[in-house]
Design a protein around this ligand. Structure first.
Ligand SMILES: Cc1ncc(COP(=O)(O)O)c(C=O)c1O
Length: 398
């Protein structure tokens, strides 16, 4: 493969970090997880961070925390507005916790939730809006917040949630994506901005939610809750009794020390990683500019961390494009799940669709993306541009 979607971002430092965990003999969640949580909270500018074993688990805890928070929990049947282009596990947890999904269109240029479509989707049961910063591109947070504030001013109680699993390092108005909403989630899977093998994080500024997330992460029990915890209020202080008190219907989605040890190394490299990804984006923008109208690069809103390079195609059959990319060893894939309303699994999820999903359909039918990473991709992007340019010429000649 001459232009793979992703390659490992580790070097000897990550391997040494793994070895230090092996030498310690302590593999399950401990000091390194706590240290990474503190470091990560500082990096993204949130008060609290709770580490888990994947981005999907982070989304699961975010949805469950909405349901089981001490103050103002959401109720089964409440509606959660989501963009029609997202990842599968953006959607599942909400439905599994008894909420109703409301699928709303995206802007076909940015792939992100369309604020006007959001405004039209809000109803009396709307309890949260969960945005997805698609392929690292920040949503129009200011417009989305205005829509939410207007609805809340008229008696609503809507929280902003952020699935930031593709957008660590992106920022809007100088503030990190994931830290704008009531909770934000991240993924540290292979090919993401930092990689800990599997791993994820939920951040929040709300102490009640942080406790709820902590409790839900491990069996719904009392351990790891801070002194004076609201959740554990009124329980006996006797350690024998207290350690095996179960408060919430939780999970076991704890991360390993191994993942946290790698995360501690990777998070220090994050600024450099993001800088290189942005330099690659500048190269992609320059090389693809002459092909605009046929091959359009995802339009950036604020400061994207460029998970990959999304391209929508006009006037050339996508199958012709994918064949040409394959022939030159350029790995590519659909833009996230495409229009999720077209995925068969949706029949298992309680939902309604608000308005037409024409933007999501465009992304679904005409989109694809190629990889970005923390190395200079000038050669790979030149190959991509030359491949697409030849297709444009062939089209003009036909
Ligand atoms: C938007 C989004 N949400 C959630 C996830 C799930 O993350 P993980 O693969 O770590 O479970 C992903 C995975 O890539 C994603 O792209």
């Amino acid at each position: 493969m001459s232009y793979p979607l992703a390659l490992p971002s580790w070097d000897g430092e990550e391997l040494a970090a793994l070895q230090s965990v092996i030498d310690s003999g302590r593999f399950t969640m401990g000091e390194r997880v706590r240290e990474l949580e503190q470091r990560f909270a500082t990096v993204v500018g949130s008060r609290f961070a709770v580490m888990v074993n994947s981005g999907s688990s982070a989304n699961l805890l975010m949805a469950a925390a909405l349901r089981y928070r001490t103050v103002g929990p959401a109720q089964p049947g409440d509606e959660i507005i989501v963009p029609a282009v997202g990842w599968a596990t953006t959607y599942y947890p909400f439905a599994q916790l008894g909420f109703r999904l409301v699928l709303v269109d995206v802007d076909p240029a940015t792939y992100n939730l369309d604020p006007a479509a959001l405004a039209a989707a809000i109803g009396p049961r709307t309890r949260a809006v969960c945005v997805v910063h698609a392929l690292g591109n920040p949503c129009a947070i200011d417009e989305i917040e205005t829509v939410i504030e207007r609805a809340n001013g008229a008696g609503g109680r809507i929280d902003l949630l952020e699935d930031t699993c593709e957008a660590l390092g992106a920022s809007f108005a100088g503030k990190q994506c994931g830290s704008h909403g009531v909770m934000g989630t991240y993924s540290f899977f292979f090919s993401h901005h930092i990689s800990t093998m599997e791993g994820g994080m939920v951040v929040t500024d709300d102490a009640d939610l942080a406790e709820t997330l902590t409790c839900l992460r491990a069996h719904g029990w009392t351990r790891d809750l801070p002194p004076g915890s609201m959740l554990a209020r009124g329980l006996s202080d006797d350690p024998f009794e207290r350690q095996f008190r179960f408060l919430l219907p939780g999970y076991n989605v704890r991360p390993l020390e191994l993942a946290a040890a790698v995360g501690l190394v990777q998070v220090e490299k994050l600024p450099r990683f993001i800088e290189q990804r942005r330099e690659n984006a500048a190269t992609a923008r320059r090389l693809l500019a002459p092909l605009a109208g046929t091959f359009d690069l995802q339009r950036e809103t604020a400061e994207s961390s460029w998970f990959g390079f999304g391209i929508t195609i006009t006037g050339v059959d996508r199958r012709v494009v994918t064949r040409a990319l394959l022939a030159r060893g350029i790995e590519h894939r659909p833009i996230i799940t495409g229009n999720f309303a077209r995925q068969p699994v949706l029949r298992h999820l309680d939902h309604r669709i608000s308005g037409p999903l024409t933007g999501a359909d465009h992304v679904d039918r005409c989109g694809l993306f190629v990889g970005n990473r923390e190395h200079d991709l000038s050669a790979e992007l030149s190959l991509l541009a030359a491949t697409l340019e030849r297709l444009t010429e062939e089209r003009l000649a036909a």
